[in-house]
Design a protein around this ligand. Structure first.
Ligand SMILES: [Zn+2]
Ligand SMILES: [Zn+2]
Length: 423
């Protein structure tokens, strides 16, 4: 980035001039207070060498976490232990292929994609070049980061382990500690923002991406949704124009944002009913036969067996958060559709909360996955996943896509439309 270069706010579209920050400073939007960038995310603080070191470390810990068992259960001389991939295999064999695929992507594929693509790009910058596929790789990092759920999975492991202590002896294995370390390393890797890498890559570009902005008499200004570059559009419809830096398709607002948000919300609300009525887990024990547990009865069980803390965590993640997300997104979509000017700051904050908490609802799916894989004591006790888990997993994914489809700048458009200070 260069001094004075335009940077657009993600949430409201207001344009700001970029300037270097002092240590521990962060730049915020003057209109909606959204954080624009932090001191370490731009300029000399981002060093390709440290990016390579941290990402390589995360990659190695990731491999350890995936190769070693996480925990084992011991009960009446029998013992079971699982790795992440083994527990996904159990789900697959229990005819829960959709959930198996979800867990496979969220806990296995996306973290690896994020680290791999980042390492490739940062490694290239370290050696002083913009690698082939630079733009596609950084876009992959952005998308994979949004869907990688290492920290949620880690909490899922802890809850499963605590839950199992009432049933059998729980023995921690190297995989558990590796996932703990991976959670910390993944948070460090998050500091390397694709947009900062795009800015670093600029010095190896033959063309100057900032030139189109300097041209007077251009059309509207549009911020690229991938790399953040503010492009001056040629007059006419934005459709079909591409970013001068990363060649992503440009559009002023996410196309059909409100209609798509409504459609995804409706599907999620419908599935929310079976998600709560049908059992998420079926427990078969010697003598007492099969017994189904819904999300709510699982919460009640924790509460009654002396684990109120776990009951509250599961209640918040699996019941309060999905309901709150459905209601909040409906409110945002409706007010944006009516071009309401009511409480834009409050609605923008609500949007940020929805974006932030969305992933944590996957917690229950991870707990079900690990529980099902661990409790296989042939005749003594077996737990299988129920159809409620499938419906619930779909609710979480649909609401996550719905919040990604909602364009927060629509909140601000009726208030100060299309000025020269907005993109
Ligand atoms: Zn803003
Ligand atoms: Zn771009």
């Amino acid at each position: 980035m260069r001094e004075g270069e335009s940077i657009a706010c993600h949430d409201c579209g207001r344009l700001h001039g970029w300037h270097a920050l002092r240590v521990h400073e962060r730049a915020r939007c003057t209109r909606c207070r959204r954080e624009l960038y932090r001191w370490y995310a731009t300029g000399p603080a981002v060093r390709p060498s440290s990016m390579v070191a941290v990402t390589l470390g995360a990659m190695l810990v990731y491999l350890i976490a995936q190769c070693f068992p996480i925990v084992s259960l011991e009960l009446s001389g029998l013992s079971t232990s699982v790795t992440l991939l083994e527990s996904i295999g159990v789900l697959w064999r229990e005819h829960m292929q959709v959930i198996a695929v979800m867990v496979f992507f969220f806990a296995f594929v996306f973290p690896a994609l994020e680290f791999g693509a980042l390492l490739y790009v940062a490694g290239g910058l370290w050696r002083g070049r913009r690698v082939r596929g630079f733009d596609a790789c950084l876009r992959t990092v952005q998308a994979a980061r949004h869907w990688a759920m290492t920290e949620v999975f880690m909490l899922g492991i802890l809850i499963t382990a605590i839950k199992m202590t009432s049933l059998a002896r729980v023995v921690p294995h190297p995989g558990l500690f590796a996932f703990g370390a991976l959670t910390i390393l993944a948070a460090l890797v998050m500091r390397f923002e694709p947009r900062a890498l795009w800015a670093l890559g600029d010095r190896y570009l033959r063309k100057d991406p900032y030139r189109p902005l300097a041209r007077p008499g251009g059309g509207a200004l549009v911020a690229c949704h991938a790399c953040g570059l503010v492009n001056a559009m040629a007059p006419g419809p934005a459709h079909g124009q591409r970013c001068a830096r990363c060649s992503a398709r440009l559009h002023r607002r996410i196309p059909n944002s409100i209609v798509r948000t409504w459609a995804l919300l409706a599907a999620a609300a419908l599935l929310y009913i079976p998600a709560n009525i049908l059992p998420v887990m079926v427990t078969e024990t010697l003598g007492s036969g099969a017994e189904g547990d819904t999300i709510m009865s699982g919460v009640a069980l924790f509460w009654n067996t002396g684990s109120p803390g776990l009951a509250i965590i599961i209640f918040v993640a699996s019941i309060a958060v999905p309901v709150m997300k459905l209601l909040a997104l409906a409110l945002l979509a409706a007010t944006a559709q009516w071009r309401s000017t009511w409480a834009p700051h409050g609605r923008t904050r609500l949007y940020r909360v929805v974006e932030f908490i969305g992933r944590w609802s996957m917690l229950d799916i991870f707990v079900v996955t690990l529980t099902v894989a661990l409790v296989r004591f042939q005749q003594l006790a077996t737990i299988t996943p129920g159809p409620g888990a499938l419906a619930f997993g779909c609710v979480v994914i649909l609401t996550m896509i719905a919040s990604a489809q909602f364009d927060p700048r629509l909140i601000w458009d009726p208030i100060e439309p299309n000025g020269e200070h907005h993109a």
